[in-house]
Design a protein around this ligand. Sequence first.
Ligand code: CP
Ligand code: NVA
Length: 312
Amino acid sequence: MKDLLRTADLSADDLVMLLKLATGFQDEPGSAHELLAGRIVPMYFAKPSTRTRLSTAAAVARLGGVPVTVGPDELQLRRGETIADTARVVGSYAAAIVIRTFADTDVEELAAAAPIPVVNALTDGHHPLQAVADLLTVREHFGELHGHRIAYVGDGGNNVARSLMEAAAVAGMEMAIAAPDGYLPQEEALASARAEAERRGGSIVVTHDPAAAASGASVVYTDVWLSMGDSEDERARRRSVFAAYRVDQDLMNGAGEDAVFMHCLPAHRGEEVTAAVIDGGRSLAFRQAANRLPATQAVLYALLTDQLEGRR
Ligand code: CP
Ligand code: NVA
């Protein structure tokens, strides 16, 4: 597998290997410090980013390379150069391309034309780097993934929910997604993740009831109600549609006794989560953010050393 565009493309062995590599990089950050010596890794960000941009820069630096951030106005793409031509050219200078943008089809086109690995750093449909760090965090906390249930509460159709659902499926975990009508996972993605989860001894259920999802869960997870690229005109409507999906202490009390709270960040206290929960003792949100670094280092390392087999 040349690229990481979606978590559903990872095999179960790939996921195990990435988590193992990431754990190794937690212990010995500089163990592969010459892999990218003399190479650059362009990072194209068409949407804002704090964690992904800086953890990826740090990961590239730890592998011995130089991260180069470029925005939409800095390349010739806006002046009519095609994605395919850009991919071919960048491929002759760089070791890999990391891209955060809107359409998944643009990233697929880039990956198809680039002779080097392309990593999806968040699109409208997917956020695979987040999902790898999330499972790293769950495994670090509980010691294993299997047998644990993740309750995702909020916008069940967004990029973070989808990548987490696909990763949980590959890991054979249980996942319950609680979302209002209109914000459930996309049907095709759900069917395919559910089939994968069941093959691996896990399950995926979808409900409108946050308390039902949280019941027995080891992890209660949420994300913003309005994602980057969603229309600002929707903000007020979403605040009312999602009001019953806020993660608060009551919801956490209904989860498993040792349940933790997770959030990919950035967070909006008082919207998708209360301050008491995200800043409380059961919150792993900031551990997750820290784990973005070794997780991304593992993804880059595995792709650059051609170690991912892929699932299809
Ligand atoms: N979680 C995450 O991807 O954060 P950024 O948008 O800050 O990169
Ligand atoms: N779903 C959010 C995730 C941010 C990291 C977004 O796309 O804005």
